[in-house]
Unconditional design. Sequence first.
Length: 277
Amino acid sequence: MNNNQRSTVELFIVVSYLEVFKFRYNWISLFLVLVLSVGLNSGCVSAAGNSTTAQTSTNFIVGYYINPNVTPISEINFNDLKSAGITDIYVLVTNKNYLSVLPEAKEKADAVGIRTNAWVFPGFNHASQVAQMKIGVQLDMETYNIPAHILQILAMRIATHGVTFSVTVKPDGWDGNQYYYLIEPLCDYIVPQLYVGEYKYGVTRLTNTAKEYNQIYNLYNILFPGKVVVGLETYQSDKNVTPKNTSTLSAEINAVKPYTHGVILFRYGLSNFKGLE
């Protein structure tokens, strides 16, 4: 599919959404989704070593969320991460500390062939500076009103031109309507937080949900390969931070693996992950 054909299909998809939801959502937000899906998404991510647009099933993402306030970057053995099959790290940063944290993380990750992403929350104002550092950005958007934040997601997409931009969100269906179809045209991949311990669901529900996401967004996966990467919790729950044993975590990973482009583990320091099985 060439770029013109892709844009035509994208236009049809978004216009269809406009017709169905025009009485419920902000027209300006939806118009900008349309503009971006036709114009920016097909060529926005092209930075060497940090693009996920062309990834295939042979390039399955295995990521770790890292909170440097709890585990300083200097205390992490990146060779061990590489040996465990980690491909990406997502480092929590703020407006105040990104310049002091990200360069060290990127240097250590680059040395072993791991990609670096800044993990940020709404209000982070330096996405363009991070992109200039050839570091990806993941926006943590945990809200029950996604349509109200579309312009903010769009702004960060534009600011991160040339690097990977992803959005992590609550699990649609498990925790309200998260409007993934509005987000997906604006990012390289979306990360549903399928934290079974927080929702008291088991592996069967996890498998079914991942399969459902794959089916619903199969057309997006054709247009933009690898649009769903699943977030998994490495410990029991927020009320019990005991790390899950290796077999339990592996079962969760294997449950979603056939239906997703990768997994991101929350989080480093509370994990018994030793590698994919």
